[in-house]
Design a binder for this molecule. Sequence first.
Ligand SMILES: *[C@@H]1O[C@H](CO)[C@@H](O)[C@H](O)[C@H]1NC(C)=O
Length: 439
Amino acid sequence: MALLIKLFLTVFILASATVIVTVTADDYVRPQPRKALHLPWDSKLSSYPQQVHISLSGDKHIRVSWITDDKSAPSVVEYGTSPGKYDSFAQGETTSYSYVLYSSGKIHHVLIGPLEHNSVYFYRCGRQGPEFQLKTPPAQLPITFAVAGDLGQTGWTKSTLSHIDRCNYDVHLLPGDLAYADYIQHRWDTFGRLVQPLASSRPWMVTQGNHEVESIPLLKDGFVSYNSRWKMPFEESGSSSNLYYSFEVAGVHVIMLGSYADYDEYSEQYSWLKEDLLKVDRKKTPWLVVLFHVPWYNSNTAHQGEGDDMMKAMEPLLYAASVDLVFAGHVHAYERSRRVYNRRVDPCGAVHITIGDGGNKEGLAAKYINPQPKWSEFREASFGHGELKIVNSTHAFWSWHRNDDDEPVKSDDIWITSLVSSGCISRKRNELADTLTTP
Ligand SMILES: *[C@@H]1O[C@H](CO)[C@@H](O)[C@H](O)[C@H]1NC(C)=O
């Protein structure tokens, strides 16, 4: 009996040891999701500007957006290059919306410019309230993008935002799922206040995710709140919808697609994409980057196959145009692919990066399909953000920073060389012309 107990204990201790070894080999114990932040309303004057954020809008112009409770507050931005001295001003447009029992404040959008590149401007909204400071992006490479999707408004969002704030970046790229308002409209307001310190100082370029839809059959069309609040430069890029657009900054052509807009070959988005790709001049913008919400290359069990239809319709266009990099969100984890096309590793395909791990309330997607597909080079379910430094026409440095508790820890990094420098583009020139010009 004693022997049996001893044997049993030994097995038990061995088993425990194995568990401990497994945990250390895995070397990182993933933290739990965090609660939604409680962001109480301040009792400021109703004309006080809130939720200030900026976005790029054509060459040398920036759109300043904010909200006031007061419907008669002026839509004016005063700005200049020294604090407190505003030698320029611009007037803009306003909108508002109602949603079941909720009515939004007055939403102001004002275009300012022309602005100098790579310069700091000081500005004030609606002739009152605090002074904000923004930095315009550089005219030429290098440029640094911060990338984080599926943000939400939890303790992890706050931690991700504080890490992004410490990085020296020029433009924030967000591949969908902003506020996680999920029909509760005042959550759009609390999100606007949470991101204001960052979004008022660097352009935030966003595209939509499923949490932006908020449609109610027979009652409300989709994207009412998103389109009113997060107006992007779609008109400036020849698009008829805020759900897809493009912009150029410092040698990079960025295309924001809509996973929740029609994308088949008869759709407006498809025709617009073809035309936009034909306009890309790789001498002027050697890098071509695309963002949308639902990933095409995803080896996580979450949202498996959801991007397949869009991929089938649009991947040949992106391939023909030699897109360098694709960012997606949706899956709450990080994954980076090798250059890939049609599910095969292909030196002329795009690098696909899923970065839906900004910190929302739904938590992480931790289960992966095994074995890891050949095209998948790195995958990990942790919260975090990415930084893309495009150094020159041939080299970019990508890094992913995991929120290790509350410290950002660089966990994946890689030098990416552009397709411009690879010989792929000249080889594909005819193919591109054929694919893109076929009606
Ligand atoms: C581009 O940057 C990379 C990395 O810093 C460097 O090795 C390369 O020489 C640069 N190319 C040019 C043309 O400056």
